[in-house]
Write a protein that binds this ligand. Structure first.
Ligand SMILES: Nc1nc2c(ncn2[C@@H]2O[C@H](COP(=O)(O)OP(=O)(O)OP(=O)(O)O)[C@@H](O)[C@H]2O)c(=O)[nH]1
Length: 333
């Protein structure tokens, strides 16, 4: 299995427009016998532009459209009239899209912000019209520049799914269940035939118009940092999550030990992950009574070394709103 199976990617063909030709034209008017050159410039060819769009979560549109061709610049014309620029073409991509040159595999750029625009195929410049070439020795140049041809290339788009909150937990911790109660929409990851390992992600609506993305990172098992199991691939995925939510079930034999093991996996994979904010949610807390919870609080306050935690239950819908509040606070700190 290669990493390519994990990261969604598509190959597309892009072509910018040719610049328009400069015009060769001599001014003519009644009663003016010797009009000067007045051929206008050609317009610029259209660019192909990649643009970040935070409403998109997948590259699925590129499965259906693989060619992006911008318009040609119009030719210049008389009266020094410049031809219109060719129409630019936009490729809207989700944030976290890495663009490579397919031939060399070199990374050209990465789109990380809403509205960010990067030209991936630059339109050819328009040629200059003949009036620019008028000189003392040549008052009526019969020459104008041709437009510069557009560029053409094959590019590869790769999406490293960005999530604001990454769920970290062993199998069975209740990650999928939490996602199903906390998220309102599921991006159509399933549409990707080339994605064999699907991170489960969803959009959490917060208060009125805010939202954040939560991603389940399945498959972390002990030893994942050494590449055992599938965990390794998913660990890559959380490198970019802003906050890590550790999910540990209430019926775990030793919650703080489980937390330490998960933390150790992350540390061995990439110590930088430990700089991310962390929060612990004790899942399946409907299995606990108040007395037991109180006892556990004493232990957790002592053993979790100051990391905040909360008891939640997806099934009983306990602590879910509070969890959203807490995560929102952490994301906006
Ligand atoms: N009592 C109780 N059981 C829960 C709760 N949330 C999840 N479970 C149960 O725990 C088991 C595992 O839940 P999942 O959500 O599939 O766990 P997961 O972490 O996604 O597991 P993987 O997909 O294996 O990584 C299921 O049998 C759930 O019904 C909860 O809030 N309370």
């Amino acid at each position: 299995m290669t990493e390519g199976n994990f990261v969604d990617y598509v190959k597309v063909h892009v072509a910018s427009g040719n610049g328009g030709k400069g015009s060769v034209h001599l001014h003519r008017e009644k009663y003016i016998t010797k009009g000067g050159p007045d051929g206008g410039d050609g317009g610029r060819g259209g660019h192909v532009i990649v643009r970040g769009n935070s409403n998109l979560w997948t590259l699925v549109t590129f499965k259906f459209r693989k060619h992006f061709k911008a318009g040609h610049g119009e030719h210049g014309s008389k009266n020094r009239s410049t031809g219109a620029d060719g129409k630019d073409v936009y490729m809207d991509v989700p944030l976290g899209t890495v663009v490579r040159d397919t031939e060399t595999n070199k990374v050209l750029f990465e789109i990380t912000e809403e509205g960010e625009e990067k030209i991936v195929a630059e339109g050819g410049m328009g040629g200059r019209g003949n009036w620019h070439f008028k000189s003392p020795t040549n008052q009526t140049p019969r020459y104008a520049q041709p437009g510069i041809p557009g560029e053409e290339s094959h590019i590869t788009l790769e999406l490293k799914v960005l999530a604001d909150v990454g769920l970290v937990g062993f199998p069975n911790a209740g990650k999928s269940t939490l996602l199903s109660v906390i998220t309102s929409a599921k991006p159509k990851i399933a549409d990707y035939e080339f994605t064999t390992l699907k991170p489960n992600l969803g959009i959490v609506q917060y208060r009125d118009f805010q939202s954040f993305v939560m991603a389940d990172i399945p498959g972390i098992i002990e030893g994942a940092a050494e590449g055992k199991g599938l965990g390794h691939y998913f660990l890559r995925h959380i490198e970019r999550n802003a906050t890590l939510l550790f999910l540990i079930p209430a019926d775990s034999n030793d919650i703080s030990r489980e937390y330490e093991i998960l933390l150790d996996e992350l540390r061995r994979y990439n110590p930088e992950l430990l700089h991310k904010q962390r929060f612990v949610a004790i899942s399946k807390s409907d299995m606990l009574d108040e007395e037991l919870m109180e006892e556990m609080r004493i232990e957790l306050d002592r053993d979790l070394k100051g990391v905040s935690y909360m008891f939640i239950s997806s099934v009983a819908q306990q602590g879910i709103l509070e969890l959203k509040d807490k995560l929102w606070m952490l994301l906006n700190e």
